[in-house]
Design a protein. Structure first.
Length: 344
């Protein structure tokens, strides 16, 4: 990189902690943004180190590996700590890692979690009383697990010395917002131009749920109905209630669901609740009864029958199969039965 030899600010020391599973699409926005900031400004504004827990390369999706510059531990000193991962997934020494993460984060001026790096920071006790942006897939679960955090559905949050980002495309918006805060919006916009990005999104923009952002046009009333369903899992709304709240008739609502989603509202809503239940079954230690109530089922028997109709196995069988496949039968759970994986 060509750096102007003239007077330059002291570079911000950035430690990027990459935890598997990761992908280049998760790491790329962080490193690319910092690299372009240096290149476009002509000064070394950011000096970063990529850390893994043990100093070994980080496995990436697709079979590639991300080389690590250092192992993460108490010796790490930085101005900005970024933890990034695409799922919360335990590894052998995860408790030792959490202890080190807590110590390093406590003395670091700025600490960030991206995608499921947010979960790691919360597990390390670093997000209590902070506004926290959580990926939509695990919003409800995170809110229940970490009651002292102020959980939002924004694409990112910057709250005092803590910043969190939902991941995905929002990672670019977040990184450029952080660069703009430190070095001005003009530099952030020039980086955006280099990346081919049109309009930068502010952190106040809410995440969108699936189908709302799927390719093709969506009727705004359908979007509103989907948002209502997503926000009312524990106490499901009747189809007539949803139609009334979005300002159309029940028949109009059913027509929109058939046209865009190929399903009736009640069927779509049931499958949404069952998908949420499956997420909790596979990634938390909650009982089947607790999960059935949290997902709006009047009884465990009703839940079990609906679950078997949808997935071909009972809730308990599905949980047992998941554990055997992904954890080799291990029973060691994180505190409160926290997330093990993120995808639906």
């Amino acid at each position: 990189m060509s750096v102007n030899p003239g007077a330059a600010p002291k570079p911000l020391q950035v430690a990027i902690v990459a935890l598997p599973p990761c992908s280049m699409s998760g790491i790329g926005p962080i490193v690319d943004s910092l690299h372009l900031a240096n290149e476009i400004d002509g000064h070394l504004l950011y000096d970063w180190t990529i850390c893994s827990w043990d100093g070994r390369p980080v496995p990436l999706t697709g079979g590639a590996q991300l080389p690590a510059d250092a192992a993460f531990g108490d010796a790490v000193r930085c101005d900005w700590l970024i933890v990034v991962s695409e799922r919360y997934q335990q590894f052998a020494d995860y408790r030792l890692f959490l202890a080190s993460l807590a110590r390093v984060a406590t003395r670091t001026p700025l600490v960030t979690g991206i995608h499921h790096g947010v979960w790691w920071l919360a597990m390390a006790g670093q997000l209590s009383a902070y506004r926290v942006a959580v990926n939509w897939e695990t919003y409800q679960q995170f809110a229940e697990e970490f009651e002292r955090s102020i959980v939002t559905q924004q694409i990112f949050e910057i709250d005092r010395d803590r910043a969190t980002c939902a991941g995905g495309q929002a990672s670019v918006d977040f990184m450029l917002a952080m660069i703009a805060r430190e070095h001005g919006r003009d530099l952030a916009e020039r980086i955006a131009d280099s990346l081919g990005i049109g309009v930068l999104r502010a952190g106040e923009e809410r995440q969108r749920i699936p189908f709302v952002t799927a390719p093709g046009e969506r009727h705004p009333r359908l979007n509103d109905a989907l948002q209502l369903m997503e926000a009312n899992i524990e106490d499901p709304l009747a189809t007539d209630e949803i139609a009334g709240l979005v300002g159309i008739s029940r028949r109009q609502l059913e027509r929109l669901f058939r046209q865009y989603l190929g399903s009736m509202p009640s069927k779509y809503y049931l499958n949404l609740r069952l998908a949420k239940a499956r997420t909790q079954l596979q990634r938390t230690s909650k009982s089947v009864v607790q999960i059935s109530l949290a997902c709006g089922f009047s009884s465990a028997a009703h839940f079990s029958n609906a679950y078997r109709d949808r997935f071909g196995v009972t809730p308990r069988e599905d949980r047992r199969n998941w554990i055997e496949k992904h954890r080799g039968g291990a029973s060691d759970e994180p505190r409160g039965g926290a997330l093990l994986e993120a995808g639906e």
